[in-house]
Write a protein that binds this ligand. Sequence first.
Ligand SMILES: [Ca+2]
Ligand SMILES: [Ca+2]
Length: 569
Amino acid sequence: MLLAVPFAAAPATASTEPLDRVALREVLRHQAAAAGTGVIRLPLERSAAGAERGSAAAAQGELARISGVSRRTAVLVGVRRHSQLRGVAATLRRLGVRTESFATIGVIAASAPSGAALAAALRHDGRVAYAERDRPLRIAADPLDQIDPDTGIKFTWFYDDVRAAEALLAAGGGSSRTVAVIDTGLDVNHPEFAGQVARTFDTATRGTSVTDTVGHGTFVSGLIAALDGNGIGGKGVAGATRLIAVRASLDGGFTASDLIRGIDFSIRAGADVLNMSLAGEGFSSSAARALETAFFNDVLPVAASGNRALDGNPVEFPAAVVGGSRGAQGIGLSVAATKPNGGVAAFSTHNRFVSLAAPGAASAGCEFGVLSTLPANSPTEWDDPRSCSRVLSQAGARFAYGEGTSFSAPITSGVAALVWQVEPRLASEQVAGVLTRTARQTLGSGAWNEFTGAGIVDGAAATALARTFDVTDPRARARARRRPGNRVRVAVSRSPDRTEPGRELAGGVRYSLLVSRDGGNDFSALVGRRPRPFSVTVRLRGRRANVLVATACDRNGNCGVRRLGRFRR
Ligand SMILES: [Ca+2]
Ligand SMILES: [Ca+2]
């Protein structure tokens, strides 16, 4: 399934440094807990310095294209600061523009009678970080992606391949974590999902009906949560793990705003894993903001790397936003597809953002794949006569094989939920780290490569590591003293890393100093990721209180936080 978002902005978000982000999240979490607030807003100050910097020319080009649209046009507008969201929305409404604000990610979805007036209003508005088109996207599931079930190999080979049984045993049969599947919907009446669906949401109507006429969302969901031992069909890798079914598409086509609405809903609904079995060219700053917001709320995005290796192998999104570069930690996982022999699927998109791999392809031709659930309603894509798949029926329920990185992502999402169950204190990117560290490499020397990433997901090894993973933060130690001339002297002391008995010690403590110039709303790194303690003199700025916070983070990203106080000029 393709998400062809031909946006102009540069794919620059992957360059942000994970440990700074982790430290900042820890500070924001402490703050949110103290204030009793729920969802953490994306720190736009930091985001503006990272994601959008350097794309000014691209942004101007995008505005010029918006300006050239004479009919009704849908645009996504990113503000520089959260406090500006209402004002920018009001400005747009005065122009006759319909607006929908996403307060947590600092984005406004706008629908304007024409592009020209909109572009004119936005071009010189200092509150606007960027504007980008929200184009409709095409359905692009290849009918040849499905296969004939008449093979000699086990229906549920993918389940054994990622050692799901061992992972389920370690997790006690399932996970209390919730996986949100942002897709084409779900057949909630399919017997394989009895009791497995926590919530449903349709991004178009904001209602709860998520009837899946494509089949893709139901298929993806079955790989995670299809019931084992109910006498029909196959089984998902995550056992008794609940789903949030988010329908972002009626026909396999998506827009960036559908995706954002789905991510925003999922974060609010308390999802822990976001499964995105959709991929396409073109980078959306707004979708990147939504995914960064997921990170700050401890939600793990898992995305299909894409199916276009044989079609020019373009870098595809959202996978390239969530996967780290060349095996480094990102905010989530970009998942490639492998065959029963462990080799990578020929169609599996490969690039430096691929994190790891999971089953999602046949041995050869179109005669294999992974088995999952189909909705009762037809015709789905699997019912298309051009598809080489045979649909199986059991007790009125339907099943089929499928191929694609679309199906590797949910297998990974399901195992991620199990890892999280074994060690609930893991942060989202630590769950990702556990999966990549324990992946079984099937290609090359064992090191990361752009085809299978760190290797194939291994549920047994991952849940074993989760039991010994260091989740204890170093105790941050620092002092701040007022100095003449509106200065504060900060001395950061050494923090030996800590862990629990019987666990690994992550070590490698890095020290940072964060500052807020506006009383504690927006924080940025004043000193980042030093390997040794340091002292620094901070000059106070602005009219509002300057808040100083020291952090000490170990190699696993466990951060101790020490608030040094509020200082005014
Ligand atoms: Ca079953
Ligand atoms: Ca530690």
